[in-house]
Design a protein around this ligand. Sequence first.
Ligand code: HEC
Ligand code: HEC
Ligand code: HEC
Length: 454
Amino acid sequence: MQFLGCKILGVICGPAKNFGSAYPHLPVLAHFMKLICRACSDRCTIPAVVLLLFLAINVPVPTAAAATQSEIEYGLYLSKAGNCMSCHTRANGDQFAGGVVFETPFGTIYSTNITPDAETGIGEWTLQDFAMALREGERPDGQHLYPVFPYTSYTMASDAEIAALFAYFQALPAVKYRPPENDLGFPYGQRWTLGMWKSIYFDEGRYVPNPDRTPEWNRGAYLVNGLTHCGMCHSPRNFLGATDEDLALTGSTYTENVDGKSLSWSSTNLTSSNNGLGLWSVEDIVSYLQLGVSSRAGVFGPMNEVIASGTAHLTQQDLRAMAVYLKSLAANEQENDSEPDEDTMRQGSLLYDIHCGTCHLPTGLGSDTTGPPLLGSPVTLAADPASLINITLYGPRLPRVAPSAEWEARAWQRMDSYAAILDNEEMAALSSFIRNAWGNSADEVTPKQVAKQR
Ligand code: HEC
Ligand code: HEC
Ligand code: HEC
């Protein structure tokens, strides 16, 4: 009996040793297989044979639908591109367990638990349920989801991508956590009203390549408008939260919620206009999105998260495609409504020389060892000056964890906060000056706009 047992085990032990790497989603069985192998090489015993026979009957044969390791890895990559982490993980909370707060004009919305917990997460969901949520904004029970969840962009994702994302999320550890209930004013708390919103503003559908453009451009267009959803923050929205196609990616206002306090930011123009990426090269854009720094700007504020848990993980090829697409967007120049008078420019110029000129230089061109240029700076020139005011009032809110070694090694000097040094009048004059010096051109900034950001 012992002899026969050993023969059987000998045949099976080779494959059994590799079981762990072939079926990483069956760790318990892999462990059993290892035990058998050990029994096999030590000394064959009848119990080992019994165990083997028991396993032979009970090992589930992986079906065609089971996710492979490479599919799960691809899903991980896509989850970075889609930056699911930023919105579904609370500060100090479990990964993907949800509960992140979103202040919207309609009220307070909390992100959901997307770990595979059966009760509080998406453990019971099928691939179809998941696809419906990501591409159509609909829950398995037919309820509509709020477009804070960027399904209006994810709708472009392909079947293969949705399947990979699903495989990745189902392979995560389940976390039991139920986020707080949404707190929305009437009628917005009624999810059925979203059905009407969707019928007017939401076009469901996959990305359709433009045959007149290169594959690289199409890849970039898909990533920017689809998975990486830059437009969610960078495209203006109407009072019902819908984006206007013609003004896509021309800059907008974004309200963030940190520690219960909300602060409004302006997102910049991403077209090739003078107040957008006009002076940025493809390399500048790639470097900024990958490393958090380029010769044109260093990351701070809301872009910290976008880069750290999103674009920093993308391949060079994907980032290049995004940059090529962005650089191809027709410049959307914005008309100015106001211009600072001479007195304001004089006052602003003086303040600039005292407080800013050492790093951004009298020419506004900055230098490798002092600070980035303010000439053609998207943050400086955004139609809404909120981000310019924020960085001057509070200093750049830098990433807590360095996004790259290159960012850490940047030789620029550390910019301070000026809230305690400059009053609203002075801050307005200074901002108006840098927005209209050296060839820059943008609306005047008023003390009231500064007061709003304090
Ligand atoms: C900009 C923030 C944001 C990003 C990015 C985001 N989500 Fe969400 N997601 C939300 C919010 C908020 C909700 C809840 C919406 C609601 O209650 O109607 C949600 C809901 C969901 C739901 C529905 C769950 C349920 O129980 O109804 C799924 C599934 C989901 N997200 C998956 C993902 C995946 C996968 C990604 C990345 C590819 C992702 N989300 C990226 C904010 C986001
Ligand atoms: C959560 C909202 C949000 C998302 C999503 C987002 N941005 Fe931004 N972006 C901002 C805000 C706000 C600013 C201005 C303040 C700052 O830099 O943080 C900005 C600034 C920028 C700047 C100018 C940086 C500078 O310092 O001059 C670039 C370039 C940029 N974003 C590119 C992108 C791209 C490309 C994407 C998509 C991958 C993207 N952003 C997604 C909010 C966002
Ligand atoms: C000691 C050097 C220093 C001084 C002084 C300084 N800055 Fe900065 N500034 C920086 C650095 C460095 C950055 C980039 C953030 C980083 O990577 O640390 C920056 C970024 C900026 C940006 C963002 C540009 C963009 O497009 O991303 C603006 C706007 C800005 N500074 C305005 C000002 C103003 C206005 C003053 C004067 C009140 C000032 N700075 C004084 C070093 C300085």
